[in-house]
Design a protein around this ligand. Structure first.
Ligand code: TXA
Ligand code: MG
Length: 353
């Protein structure tokens, strides 16, 4: 299959050229094809959410296990009732506060949503993204677009169209390049099907943000402690994720000790003929010796770190780094989501020094 790469700027979706292209992209989705597109979090791999065949194609294109459910993206609040058994009060409040935006809600599915889309579950994940290219595409596609992150299964989520092409060229009909995404980590997922709302995946919308609107909100035990022995409730959280090709280790401790430890390790690895990488901050980048030293920005700017994280993991691969180390980042705000993704990317290798 030939994958067509087109460019659209979020600021000019009203131009007649962009309109023609978005209509064509919508047509591809309506006829069962796949289109990768930008959202405010990461790029998504879209298919018609109400067409079981489209969902099957998404799993195949990603190389993703089909028990891992997809998020259904909508572009107006009025689209929600068709997807769910009922819209609970909490969902109305969260939509009011955070939609459109980087929040996904788990609700009981209606018969309109095929089991292929929900990975066999009786619940459905729904999100209303704020990116205007995404919104226009969803409208052109008929209102319901299933979209996992647009990476091959296990790879870092794409924050640039280039990375969608890297993973999906030849496997999807179209990739829409809308520039670099703003947030850089996937949406917060909150499960509203139980008595108390539970966060299944941390993201830009934090537990405090949700508590302000709903009162009590819990964090899935499997997120808080990885050795809780509990299976995560979001099926996707159990799979190997975000991983660069080499071995990544997170090093925690006082700054001087971290720097000394990492430099010792990279020196040893280099002596053994291996290519090394370090993920650090603007404040520390000058202190490291490695083949590929990458700063995620200032350590005090969690949002900046979130935006840079997946790009740097992919750059390590581009540089063919084999042995990588990362500093650990503060967990305030979106920092919790950053550390959640980084720990997975490191396959849970965390070294205390
Ligand atoms: O920001 C995002 O959410 C991006 C953009 C493209 O919108 N999408 C995304 O999709 O991250 P994906 O498929 O990579 O991650 C969806 C996660 C998976 O961990 C999946 O298991 C979980 O959501 N999920 C989906 N439906 C669910 C359900 N009914 N119950 C529990 N977890 C669910
Ligand atoms: Mg994903």
């Amino acid at each position: 299959m030939q994958t067509e790469l087109i460019q659209i700027e979020e600021n000019s979706i009203e131009s007649s050229a962009a309109k023609v292209q978005l209509r064509r992209a919508g047509q591809i989705l309506r006829s069962g094809g796949l289109v990768a597109f930008p959202t405010e979090t990461v790029y998504g791999l879209g298919g018609d959410a109400l067409n079981p065949e489209s969902s099957r194609r998404i799993y195949a294109a990603k190389g993703r296990p089909s028990d891992n459910p997809l998020i259904v993206h909508i572009a107006e609040m009025e689209a929600l009732p068709l997807l769910v058994r009922e819209v609970p009060e909490a969902a109305g409040k969260l939509a009011q506060a955070f939609w459109p935006g980087p929040l996904t809600m788990i609700l009981h599915r209606s018969a309109a949503v095929p089991l292929e889309t929900t990975g066999g579950l009786e619940t459905v994940a729904v999100r209303f993204p704020s990116n205007r290219i995404a919104q226009a595409l969803i409208r052109e596609a008929g209102g319901y677009v299933a979209a996992p992150s647009a990476n091959r299964s296990g790879r870092p989520s794409p924050t640039l169209a280039r990375y969608c092409m890297e993973d999906l060229d030849g496997r999807v009909e179209m990739v829409i390049d809308g520039g670099e995404v703003g947030i850089g980590v996937e949406s917060t997922i909150v499960d509203l099907t139980g008595e108390t709302p539970v966060i299944l995946r941390p993201g830009f919308v934090t537990q405090e943000d949700l508590r302000r609107v709903l009162g009590e909100v819990e964090m899935d035990r499997a997120i808080i402690s990885e050795d809780s022995g509990q299976a995560p409730k979001a099926p996707g959280m159990k799979y190997r994720h975000y991983a660069p090709r080499g071995t990544l280790t997170i090093v925690e401790g006082e700054r001087d000790k971290v720097v000394a430890y990492i430099n010792g390790q990279t020196k040893e690895a280099a002596a053994a003929g291996r290519k090394t990488g370090v993920l650090c901050t603007d404040e520390t980048r000058g202190l490291y010796r490695a083949d590929c030293v990458r700063s995620a920005g200032s350590g005090t700017d969690e949002a900046g770190v979130a935006r840079a994280l997946f790009r740097i993991l992919r750059e390590f691969d581009e540089e063919e780094a084999q042995v990588m180390f990362s500093e650990s980042f503060p967990e305030s705000g979106v920092g919790q989501a950053v550390m959640n993704r980084l720990i997975k990317a490191a396959g849970h290798r965390v070294k205390e020094v």
